[in-house]
Structure formats: C-alpha cells, structure tokens
Design a protein around this ligand. Structure first.
Ligand code: ADP
Ligand code: MG
Length: 332
C-alpha cells in the first residue's frame, strides 16, 4: 500500500466505511448510547488496532461490523455490503463468507468435541464447500499448528486455541477479519504469537483486519491505531518505518485527531486539561494550520496574544504564517 496508512488506495474501494454510526440500547426505561456518531474508514488490506476504555463502544462496533447487530442510525458498509439493508438470508451469507470473527473468550471460539482440523472445517461445511480437509490443514499450517490438527481444544493451550480460532475465522476467505480482544486472556508472549498470526494472515492472504486490543505492545505493532472515546473515534496514531541517514530503521509514531464529516474534532483530554479549555474556544485560521485558544473573559482576544498577528494586518499575518510553517512547536 502506498501513502500513509488509512489513506485511500487508488482503484480499490475501502473495506469498511462507517458514517455517523449510532447504537442506542434500551434497557427498561433507560437508554444507553453505545455509539454516538462514529466515523471510520478502513482501506482494503489494512490492519488496524482499535483501542479505548472499557464501555467506550468497541464491542458494539464489532458486533455491527460482524453482522450480529444493527445500528440505530447511520450507515455502515463492509466489502461493498450495506449492512443496514440486508435480508436475513443475505445476513447469514455475509456472516459466513464476508467476515470472520475471533472472540476474546478462547473456549467459545471452538467446539469442544471436535479436533482442531474439524473445527476449521465447520464453517466450510456450513457453506456447502466440499473437500474441506486439505484447506483446513493448509490454514492450520498458516497458523503454525498443522502438527496439532488431531488435538481437541482441551489439549491445546490458550494461545493455540486462539490460533485455531484464527484459522476458523479465515476458513471461508473473508474480506475482513474482526478480532475483539483476541489476546485478552493470554500472557504477553502468547499474545504476541497470536498477533503474529493475524499479521501473517494480513500479509499472506491480504485480509483486512480490525483488532480490538488493550495490549500496548499489539497496538505498537500496527501502522494504524484508532482510539474510540464515548462511542466515537477520537484520535489515530500512524506509525511509519523510516530509514535514517546512517541506514538505521526506526518507527515514527504521529498522533492525529479525527475530523468528522461535519468538521468536528475531539481534542485529547490532556490538551483540554493542560490549557484549562472549557465551554468554548477561539479558533484562528492560518495558512497551514488552525490555532485553538482558551476563552478567557476579559482578555482582548486570541488575535493579539503573543506570537499572533493582529487581525487585519496582512503583512504581519503573512510573516507569522511563514514562521509557523517552519516552527514545529507552533500551535496546531
Ligand atoms: P467496550 O467493548 O468498549 O467495552 P461495549 O461496546 O461493550 O464497550 O459497550 C458500550 C456501552 O454500551 C456500555 O455502556 C455498555 O454497558 C452498553 N451496552 C453494550 N451492549 C449492551 C446491551 N446489549 N444492552 C445494553 N447496554 C449495552
Ligand atoms: Mg468489549
């Protein structure tokens, strides 16, 4: 893929597009707004980590993308399928062929009375595929478990079970693999192995992967991490591998705020706290950035504060713009 992670790939439609996704759960007389206008675009072939506090809406999003739940409002398209307009049969076919799902609870991903290879055959058999054994063994080989094919789940470790779960999820060649905290019950070394399998599937099979994780190590190994806060995507971290002049490789991480289609940006909590921002802020458009200033009653406006040109003075504004363009510390 060329360009920054998350940027459109020429000629290929995105794998996932969520626009203004809303999901409200009604419990007795209470309404819980689990998703409140979530926007997310994932390009085909990407592997994206989703992070966020407990209760922020991650599993609700995964449930909708997996075709298990419907949004209350908004639109969602996965691999060209509009998930809000599917019949029951289309939804069943979608769950069998278009998405693969790995859940957090290891024992729930596998049928206990079937061997590993039989477990991988199940989704293919349900889909009417014949000659499933060879394909199942191939997938077990991909996840590094071909020698364990005849073991039942109770004879596999937690990490091995999740790798079989990955093979099951990949069995029908889904365009998108969804994994909701697949390593949540594993120690970090085992988690790294399971995550390695996801990366391999992404690389070898071209599967688009969305993985919810609390593991900072996992999040550090993908090029793009999207943070969800209060039912919305809030920030994104993009990592790029660069080669320095002396030939060393390093990874540069840059944090971005998400700009939704209505032009809204959610500021990181730390920024808000540090500058004591509240209720409203002053915005000022510069040639290549927008400045945000606290609203301080009695102050004579952001425009005349140190380092900023007075409004209406084009020469001073141009000079400040020029300086800002070269000053990485300039307010963004
Ligand atoms: P996360 O996966 O990020 O921890 P969830 O998507 O599971 O968050 O939950 C988001 C919010 O929606 C929480 O407040 C949760 O209690 C609520 N919620 C999730 N599923 C249901 C449900 N089936 N019924 C009622 N409330 C729910
Ligand atoms: Mg969850």
């Amino acid at each position: 893929m060329s360009g920054l992670p998350g940027s459109p790939v020429h000629g290929r439609p995105p794998a996932i597009v969520c626009e203004n996704l809303v999901r409200i759960f009604k419990v007795a007389d209470l309404e819980v707004v689990a998703l409140q206008g979530l926007d997310l675009v994932v390009q085909a072939g990407e592997i994206v980590a989703i992070v966020g506090a407990s209760g922020s809406g991650k599993s609700t999003l995964m449930g909708i993308l997996g075709g298990m739940d419907l949004p209350s409002a908004g639109s969602v398209t996965v691999a060209g399928h509009d998930l809000t307009r599917m019949s029951r049969d289309e939804r069943t076919a979608y769950r069998r062929r278009v998405v693969g799902v790995i859940g957090q609870q290891t024992e729930r991903n596998l049928l206990p009375y079937l061997t590993a290879v039989e477990n991988v055959e199940v989704p293919m058999i349900l889909d009417g595929v014949r000659h499933t054994r060879a394909r199942a063994l191939e997938l077990l080989q991909l996840v590094g478990l071909d020698a364990r094919g005849d073991h039942r789940p109770d004879r596999l470790s937690g990490g091995e079970q999740q790798r079989v779960a990955a093979a099951i999820a990949l069995a029908n060649g889904p365009a998108v693999l969804l994994a909701d905290e697949p390593t949540g019950e594993l120690d970090s070394a085992t988690a790294a192995e399971v995550f390695g399998v996801l990366r391999l599937a992404n690389r070898e099979l071209g599967t688009t992967i969305l993985v919810v994780t609390h593991d900072p190590l996992v999040a550090e190994h993908v090029e793009r991490t999207v943070a969800i806060r209060d039912g919305r995507t809030s920030t994104e971290t993009l990592r790029r591998r660069v080669t320095s002049d002396d030939g060393r490789h390093e990874v540069i991480a840059e944090e971005y705020a998400v700009l939704d289609r209505a032009g809204r940006v959610q500021l990181p909590r730390g920024h808000v706290a540090q500058l004591g921002l509240r209720d409203r802020v002053q915005l000022r458009l510069q040639a290549d950035h927008v400045g945000i200033w606290p609203d301080r009653p009695g102050a004579d406006g952001a425009a005349s504060r140190a380092g900023e040109p007075a409004a209406g003075d084009p020469a001073a504004e141009a000079a400040a713009d020029k300086a800002a363009a070269h000053d990485p510390e300039a307010p963004a």
